[in-house]
Design a protein around this ligand. Structure first.
Ligand SMILES: Cc1cc2nc3c(=O)[nH]c(=O)nc-3n(C[C@H](O)[C@H](O)[C@H](O)COP(=O)(O)OP(=O)(O)OC[C@H]3O[C@@H](n4cnc5c(N)ncnc54)[C@H](O)[C@@H]3O)c2cc1C
Length: 399
């Protein structure tokens, strides 16, 4: 436990929440427009620029590179606020997690090329790790990076890569040493992954849209790398040691995903409580007075608060530069609790709104899709349980 345990936010953190709220307020009366953009997967350029203008894109970037260096806790609070207003932060999460990785691992030249433009909103990033035959088992990825002089040649395919069409660059994970050779090395399968910054319009890179059963303003893509050449100086961190660098993006990713879920839960709990206070079905009794309505909502409020504490602790620990594996544990726990809490909150919100909950106008069913997705991605609930069992409890690995 920290010596000076203190649950108050400082002035800077409160300012971030307020700035996000003020800047996004005008969107609350433009919900029809937002719904249409989500449905047609139209990227919201205007909101993106707002995220940059209020400093969210610069939170993890040092001042030297044009950021404001306010840290992950401030950014987490910003994400939470976006969700609590019923809005979506789509590519913001991915660009911020990639920026965190560049800050900690990239060469000075790469930092100078990308970070200032990320902070101003000019450069957007996506993240490409998932493959059809590897899925959750990242180490079995087949996309290969073969060194040839001062460049790498990339071949392979990725899937479920969000926002490639609206991103300028991707942070790509590829195998630079075969799994067989890696398994014979000291680090085993952890060896041999390399991270690259690749332009999304690189020659030899093609993409195919993946039709999804729900849309959230961004398309998902399959990517095909056919002898894509990437200069060796676009490697992030050390070649073959990408696993270390990757954690510097995955920990923020999970914390920010937890923050989105936490905000979403807050939005639903508030909407449900407001409706339950007003709606009368039998005589003059608001439905909120029935314990069948009040208790699940109260329970949702309790788990939401608890999950919020875990979110803040994980973000705080990351800002304090705690050991990356420990931050990873907290980040996973936060994502786990907040995703579960969001699913429950959306469900009770739908229940309390009765048939109205399913109308397009209220949009709660869209939030259901978003909350449910967060149970599976960016890391599934099962893999978090595996991780905690193995790393926090020292249990033997079963897979
Ligand atoms: C909308 C969307 C956006 C995405 N965006 C991106 C992106 O931008 N970039 C990117 O790289 N990826 C992205 N993904 C991929 C996402 O991270 C993966 O889908 C997710 O990590 C699960 O991998 P998988 O789909 O291959 O499932 P699989 O690996 O096939 O797993 C299927 C199920 O089996 C379970 N399972 C597997 N192994 C174990 C085990 N050992 N123990 C217990 N359970 C196990 C999993 O938890 C899961 O429930 C996105 C996915 C979606 C749906």
């Amino acid at each position: 436990m920290p010596e000076n345990l203190n649950f108050s936010l400082n002035e800077e953190q409160r300012m971030v929440q307020q700035a996000v709220e003020d800047a996004l307020q005008p969107w609350l009366s433009r919900r029809d427009e937002l719904r249409e953009m989500a449905r047609t997967n139209t990227f919201n350029d205007e909101m993106w620029q707002t995220f940059a203008d209020v400093g969210l894109l610069g939170c993890l970037i040092p001042e030297q590179y044009g950021g404001n260096d306010m840290g992950l806790l401030a950014l987490t609070l910003g994400f939470q606020k976006i969700g609590a207003m019923g809005l979506s932060s789509n590519l913001l999460l991915i660009t911020c997690m990639d920026a965190a990785c560049l800050v900690k691992n990239a060469s000075d030249a790469l930092k100078e090329k990308h970070l200032p433009e990320i902070a101003t909103g000019k450069q957007r990033f996506c993240f490409a790790v998932t493959e059809a035959d590897a899925g959750t088992n990242t180490f079995h990825m087949k996309t290969s990076a073969r060194r040839e002089g001062d460049k790498f040649i990339i071949n392979g395919a990725k899937q479920f890569i969000t926002g490639v069409d609206v991103a300028d660059y991707m942070l790509l994970v590829a195998r630079s040493t075969s799994l067989k050779d890696a398994e014979n090395s000291k680090m085993g399968q952890y060896h041999g992954l390399t991270l690259f910054v690749v332009p999304t319009d690189a020659p030899g890179l093609t993409r195919q849209k993946m039709p999804m059963s729900f849309n959230e303003g961004l398309n998902q893509w399959q990517l095909f790398f056919d002898d894509v050449e990437v200069a060796a100086d676009c490697v992030v961190g050390e070649a073959d040691m990408g696993i270390m660098a990757m954690f510097n993006s995955l920990n923020p990713e999970r914390i920010l995903a937890g923050a989105i879920a936490n905000g979403m839960a807050e939005y639903c709990i508030d909407a449900a409580a407001a409706h339950a206070r007003e709606r009368k079905v039998f005589g003059d009794t608001p439905i909120g007075s029935y314990q069948g309505i009040a208790h699940p909502l109260a329970e949702s409020k309790i788990t939401h608060e608890a999950a919020g504490l875990m979110m803040l602790k994980a973000a705080w620990a990351s800002d304090q530069d705690w050991d990356s594996a420990k931050v990873g544990s907290l980040a996973n726990m936060s994502k786990f609790l907040n995703a579960d809490s969001a699913i429950k909150a959306v469900d009770i919100c739908l229940e309390i709104h009765g048939g109205g909950g399913f109308t397009e106008e209220l949009g709660f069913l869209d939030l259901w899709n978003g909350a449910r997705l967060l149970k599976t991605a960016p890391i599934s609930r099962e893999m978090i349980l595996n991780f905690v069992g193995e790393w926090d409890l020292g249990l033997p690995k079963s897979y």
